[in-house]
Write a protein that binds this ligand. Structure first.
Ligand SMILES: NC(=O)c1ccc[n+]([C@@H]2O[C@H](COP(=O)([O-])OP(=O)(O)OC[C@H]3O[C@@H](n4cnc5c(N)ncnc54)[C@H](O)[C@@H]3O)[C@@H](O)[C@H]2O)c1
Length: 300
């Protein structure tokens, strides 16, 4: 268990999909800072991660279940409260991919990805925030809670082979901003990360091994400390934000800006005037200049 800073001592965290990859590293980083963790995964690997935490002297319970199931998500939040008496950090990380171009994608491939990512994030957020809201009412003071959602650059770039995944991740970004706006008044922060890491999910893109020197720039261990930071008091003023994480780099994304404003000459637009003014604006413009945030790629 890395870390050892102890900044999360006395806190309780839930991490979904923490049997492997990023979630496993994030659970270990939270435990390394002193958090008691509930380690969820759909597979048996949740037990192994919890065992690693306990072997290092930390406290962890494992939970096996599908976070895309609304009831199971509620049980997972309930398990944290039953096991450790409280909840402070929710890391929504579990995910799957079913890549295919939009014209060939099956309904099942669409539904599965939207369910695990977007509905999974919603279901966990719904149950956690309801608990925190009640807690704030009962105690008369805001809770100090943090939600870390896992978005992706796929949504920023409009990844062509991942229409389902890009849409789900874009939805997660919107859910994050909405949650931060709705729950800040009772002490809940919500932020989203767009990580880049070599895991089972990305083996096809990044390969399965690093043959360079030193720490792999795509190691999950670059991402995990940032999640522990977002969970803790040093991030008290950080909410409603989206970060891209790559190697030792953290990029804070700006909100979209208005690029160009068009005003109708009269009371309302005619189609012809729109063609001239808005259509004309695109005449000399690069066709690659779309809403896709290609600038973000310059980070790596
Ligand atoms: N690796 C990257 O470069 C990268 C980039 C952007 C976003 N992400 C996101 O990071 C998150 C973690 O991905 P990873 O790369 O570690 O992948 P991974 O495949 O190594 O880990 C995902 C984990 O989630 C679990 N899981 C899947 N469906 C589940 C469900 N319904 N309920 C509970 N657990 C479930 C899996 O069993 C697995 O252990 C995902 O949300 C992914 O979309 C990863």
């Amino acid at each position: 268990v890395p870390g050892g800073g102890g900044g999360l001592t006395g806190t309780v965290a839930v991490v979904t999909g923490a049997g492997a990859g990023l979630g496993r590293a994030e659970a270990l980083a939270l435990a390394g800072e002193g958090a008691r963790v509930v380690v969820n995964d759909i597979g048996p690997a949740a037990d192994e991660t919890a065992e690693v935490v306990r072997a290092a002297g930390g406290e962890a319970v494992a939970h096996r279940g599908d976070i895309g199931d609304f009831t199971v998500a509620g049980e997972l939040i309930g398990l944290a409260v039953e096991s450790f008496g409280d909840l402070h950090t929710l890391v929504n990380n579990a995910g799957i991919i079913r890549d295919r171009m939009v014209f060939g994608m099956s309904e099942q491939e669409w539904d599965d990805v939207l369910r695990v990512h977007l509905k999974g994030h919603f279901a966990m957020t719904r149950h956690a925030t309801a608990w925190w809201r009640q807690r704030a009412k009962d105690t008369g003071a805001p809770v100090r809670a943090s939600i870390v959602n896992t978005a992706s650059e796929a949504s920023l770039l409009g990844s062509p082979g991942q229409p389902n995944y890009a849409a789900a991740k874009g939805g997660i970004t919107a859910l994050t901003v909405s949650t931060a706006a709705a729950c800040g008044r009772f002490g809940v922060r919500a932020n989203a990360i767009c990580p880049r890491a070599r895991t089972a999910m990305t083996v096809g893109v990044f390969g399965d091994d690093w043959d360079g020197e030193g720490l792999d720039p795509l190691s999950v261990d670059h991402v995990a400390p940032f999640v522990a930071f977002l969970a803790g008091p040093a991030a008290d003023r950080v909410s409603g934000q989206v970060f891209v994480l790559h190697g030792g780099k953290v990029a804070l994304l700006a909100a979209p800006r208005i690029e160009k404003r068009f005003d109708a000459a009269g009371e309302r637009w005619s189609v012809a005037e729109l063609g001239e003014r808005v259509g004309g604006w695109f005449a000399g413009r690069e066709s690659t200049a779309t809403f896709a945030a290609t600038d973000v790629l310059s980070l790596g």
